[in-house]
Design a protein around this ligand. Structure first.
Ligand SMILES: Cc1cc2nc3c(=O)[nH]c(=O)nc-3n(C[C@H](O)[C@H](O)[C@H](O)COP(=O)(O)O)c2cc1C
Length: 246
């Protein structure tokens, strides 16, 4: 399967030469109070307090839920994150892996079961939210399996937001592991990430009991829309070594 864009073989600088350094410095150091400056072209300069879009087309955000559990806190959280994206002007799609037939990935059968539906829905995305429960210090097997059916076609130069939900205090390793996977596919992962620690105490039914936590999760969706149209960076070293990936 061809990759979406030609990929460079060397990366000599962390700043693409065609993008002024100040653009990046502003985008990543400005505080939430913002400056009122508007985005220009595809650079990621949207003031956080003004979530309206400066884009021609409605961005599409897809959430992938890595838990198969019926009353999954990850799914409840993803719904909130996707609502944040929708409120910021995106169309949304929740990929519930329970509803797809995805056998354990076998590289001899990359189109098994509903793999085509999975990749078609994810490839449409301008922004992807990967939601995972913390399992044994990492992200879940159903999410890993779904990701193995995907590749550069779905992730390269696509903005990704990470969400992790844990029974314990802080699922940081799950987030770190997902960030590494996304780098190997040249996705653009938001610095902002959302976590729901001690999940069994965080919900009443499918609703957050703590409005501050709810805001942090919905902010993931809002930020993802703001950064859905980023200018592609040069390929990462990790992706250059991702030999054999589609
Ligand atoms: C196999 C398994 C491993 C788990 N490992 C961890 C862990 O390492 N750290 C942690 O905080 N919680 C762990 N948990 C608890 C889950 O993260 C927690 O129950 C979470 O809410 C599950 O997400 P869900 O509600 O979306 O299914 C584990 C749960 C299971 C089933």
């Amino acid at each position: 399967m061809p990759r979406r864009a030609e990929r460079s073989t060397t990366v000599s600088s962390s700043f693409p030469s065609e993008v002024p350094r100040e653009t990046f410095e502003h985008a990543f150091t400005s505080s939430d109070s913002g400056t009122g400056r508007q985005a220009t072209g595809t650079t990621p300069l949207l003031p956080p307090e003004n979530d309206s879009l400066a884009m021609d087309e409605t961005p599409h955000v897809v959430g992938v839920c890595g838990s198969l559990r019926d009353e999954s806190y990850t799914r409840h959280s993803l719904v909130v994150a996707l609502a944040g994206a929708e409120a910021t002007g995106a169309s949304i799609d929740l990929v519930d892996l329970r509803e797809l037939d995805l056998p354990m990935f076998d590289a001899d059968h990359p189109a098994a079961g509903d793999a085509e539906e999975l990749t078609r829905r994810i490839e449409r995305a301008d922004g992807i939210i990967l939601g995972t429960p913390m399992y044994h210090g990492s992200y879940s097997a159903p999410l890993k399996n779904a990701l193995d059916y995907c590749g550069f076609e779905e992730f390269e130069n696509t903005s990704v937001g990470l969400l992790a939900v844990a029974g314990g205090r802080f699922p940081v390793t799950a987030l770190d592991h997902l960030r590494s996977v996304c780098r190997s596919l040249d996705a653009w992962v938001l610095p902002y990430q959302a976590v729901v620690p001690q999940a069994s105490q965080a919900f009443e039914g499918d609703e957050f009991t703590d409005s501050e936590l709810e805001t942090r999760v919905s902010t993931l969706g809002r930020r993802l829309v703001q950064y859905a149209n980023i200018r592609p960076d040069p390929a990462t070293f990790e992706s250059e070594e991702n030999v054999g990936a589609r």
